[in-house]
Design a protein around this ligand. Structure first.
Ligand code: SF4
Length: 377
């Protein structure tokens, strides 16, 4: 059904008011792209100025690829006993993190499959081994969906699990596993994963304890525009309540090697990515940061997102396995990311996982890297 709007969404934004669902739906589906981008960019400028784009130098090792949750969009998981199934030992994981740290990473985003053999004690051992090997690296571990799984697997209250990890000195959590926050969609793509209310509750409890988390969204599979808008409305509502989200990070489903590829042959068009970034900046008026990534789509879409309200360019990702298994494997270096940001008209600034700026890179690119950042990855 065509979205019906009573009030012009652009006038609503100019008055500094919130878009309602119908307005948001119209903006996503129907608004002229240039006007949508401009409206989002103006909001970004109001909040962050028009100069800096931040990024983080991180790594994303996975402690296990064994998982029995069976999400239909996942090319990463393996059944226990598969030839290439693995669980890293704490020292193996720490060695990977050390290598990334020595390459410049300041943050380790830690996630893994829902593996019943991995216990809360193992999680603690992972954190302690990394801290012992790399005391200065920021540990950003386990998605809300993993916390829900760990609580069920160990039969320990969710809040208790989160408090145990808090007591290990962890202060930020990646907001993975949100996919699309619609039960109808989840039943189709991830029926055994944390439900919408469980995902939101894990974030609510984490924020209450004091953690700051990101919020993600994976679109471009079986969802409708209504579901995307619902996802944003749920995040906005929870943020009103807790204020604990740092940023919103969308990416498109990559069908390669997944069960869903039978139904969804191609990733969503990059224009959809730009529309979602812009809509997120407008609807998520209580989120500080919106991320547009060179990695999750492509360099050109990532740059366009920076002109559509995003202020953050994501991570450099020394190691990433999940999208790689789906055939998506772009590579970047610190210099390449800085160049891409500059070519979009911004000054790159390296941040930590709590979005504090560590260094602003004012200087021009060193000679010899200009040809690296073509607008294709
Ligand atoms: S997305 Fe995560 S929970 Fe789902 S099957 Fe893959 S590893 Fe398991």
């Amino acid at each position: 059904m065509e979205p019906v709007i009573v009030n012009d969404p652009f006038e609503t934004i100019e008055k500094g008011q919130r878009l309602d669902r119908q307005q948001a739906l119209w903006m996503l589906a129907k608004a002229p792209l240039g006007r949508l981008m401009e409206a989002a960019h103006l909001l970004r400028v109001k909040r962050h100025g028009d100069r800096l784009v931040t990024f983080v130098f991180d790594t994303n090792p996975n402690y296990t690829n064994i998982c029995n949750t069976g999400c239909k969009f996942c090319a990463f998981c393996r059944p226990a006993g598969a030839d290439d199934a693995y669980i890293l030992s704490p020292s193996q994981l720490a060695a990977k993190v050390k290598a990334a740290y020595e390459a410049g990473a300041t943050t380790v985003l830690l996630q893994g499959g829902h593996n019943p053999q991995v216990t809360l004690k193992d999680w603690i051992a992972f954190i302690r081994a990394i801290r012992k090997t790399c005391p200065d690296i920021h540990i950003h571990p386990f998605s809300p969906a993993e916390y829900v799984f760990m609580s069920q697997n160990e039969a320990v209250d969710l809040e208790k699990v989160l408090r145990i990890i808090w007591d290990e000195g962890v202060r930020t959590i990646p907001g993975g596993g949100a996919e699309i926050l619609s039960e109808t969609v989840r039943r189709k793509i991830a029926p055994a994963k944390a439900s919408v209310s469980q995902w939101l509750e894990a974030c609510r409890i984490a924020h209450k304890i004091g953690f700051r988390t990101t919020a993600t969204m994976m679109y471009g599979h079986v969802e409708k525009d209504d579901d995307i808008v619902e996802h944003l409305m749920l995040l906005r509502g929870l943020q009103d309540e807790t204020g604990g989200f740092t940023s919103f990070i969308p990416w498109s489903f990559k069908p390669g090697q997944t069960a869903l590829a039978r139904r969804v042959k191609h990733p969503a068009h990059p224009a959809k990515y730009v529309r979602i970034i812009a809509l997120a900046r407008i609807v998520l008026d209580n989120f500080e940061h919106i991320q547009s990534s060179w990695f999750s789509e492509n360099v050109a879409a990532g740059q366009l997102g920076l002109l559509a309200g995003a202020d953050d360019f994501g991570g450099i990702l020394v190691e990433e396995n999940v999208l790689q298994q789906a055939g998506h494997n772009p590579k970047a270096t610190l210099d390449k990311v800085k160049t891409i940001i500059r070519r979009a008209g911004f000054t790159p600034a390296q941040r930590d996982s709590d979005y504090k700026i560590m260094e602003i890179f004012q200087a021009p690119d060193p000679p010899g890297i200009g040809g690296v950042a073509s607008n294709a990855d």
